[in-house]
Ligand binder design. Structure first.
Ligand code: ADP
Length: 205
């Protein structure tokens, strides 16, 4: 299955991506994680991306698209993937559609995680990551940057919801609630019941 996870910062994309990808037996590909690994590894790509990330802006499409296209060409992603954090602009979505179509492939679904903005701000300002055994705040989770990332989301990424709806690929998921409840909603939207079945039809009781 080829799935895109869409949703604002703080919607829980990273958490759900790991779980859903494991259920689907496909790799979870997070552009944010790949960029952060390149920043800490001080690669050329990391150096190009860092100033945009620190400001809460999007890394330019040319850089991001080239990185994702390379990643999707790796053997583990040939038969399926779950993308977290890409596409984030209409131009990225068009490039993804075109490069998949050149390979004779297409997306199966876009899952949009829906959370209201007050809840997002609360989640992001309290969020910490474990780095080398210590809980630290991501530089771009500081309150001013969070507000800017939400604006960037509204302006550049939210239109993807309409893009995928028109393509008949969109499922909107209420992403408030326990992690496993949200996963169950996502699996239902993918036509999987989460009990090992693949038909979306609940098992007889
Ligand atoms: P979040 O979803 O919490 O905002 P991510 O980890 O997905 O965070 O992304 C962190 C940062 O990495 C973004 O603010 C942006 O600078 C950069 N980034 C990630 N994915 C993309 C993308 N598809 N296009 C451009 N920039 C991206």
């Amino acid at each position: 299955m080829r799935v895109v996870l869409l949703g604002p910062p703080g919607a829980g994309k990273g958490t759900q991506a790991q779980i859903i990808a494991t259920e689907l037996a496909v790799p979870a590909i997070s552009t944010g994680d790949i960029f952060r690994a390149n920043v800490s590894g001080q690669t050329d790509l990391g150096q190009q991306a860092k100033s945009y990330m620190d400001a809460g802006d999007l890394v330019p499409d040319e850089i991001t698209v080239a990185m994702v296209t390379g990643r999707l060409a790796e053997p583990d992603a040939v038969d399926g993937f779950l993308l977290d954090g890409f596409p984030r602009t209409i131009a990225q979505a068009e490039q993804l559609r075109d490069s998949l179509s050149e390979l004779g492939h297409a997306l199966d679904r876009c899952l949009e995680l829906v959370v209201d903005e007050d809840e997002l701000v609360r989640r992001l300002s309290g969020r910490r990551m474990l780095v080398d055994g210590e809980w630290v705040q991501r530089d771009d989770d500081k309150p001013e940057t969070v507000r800017h990332r939400l604006e960037v989301y509204r302006e550049q990424t939210a239109p993807l919801s309409g893009f995928y709806e028109q393509a008949g690929l969109l499922s909107r998921i209420d992403a408030i609630g326990e992690v496993d409840e949200v996963t169950a909603r996502a699996m239902r939207a993918l036509g999987r019941d989460g009990d090992g079945g693949s038909t979306g039809v609940p098992a007889a009781v």
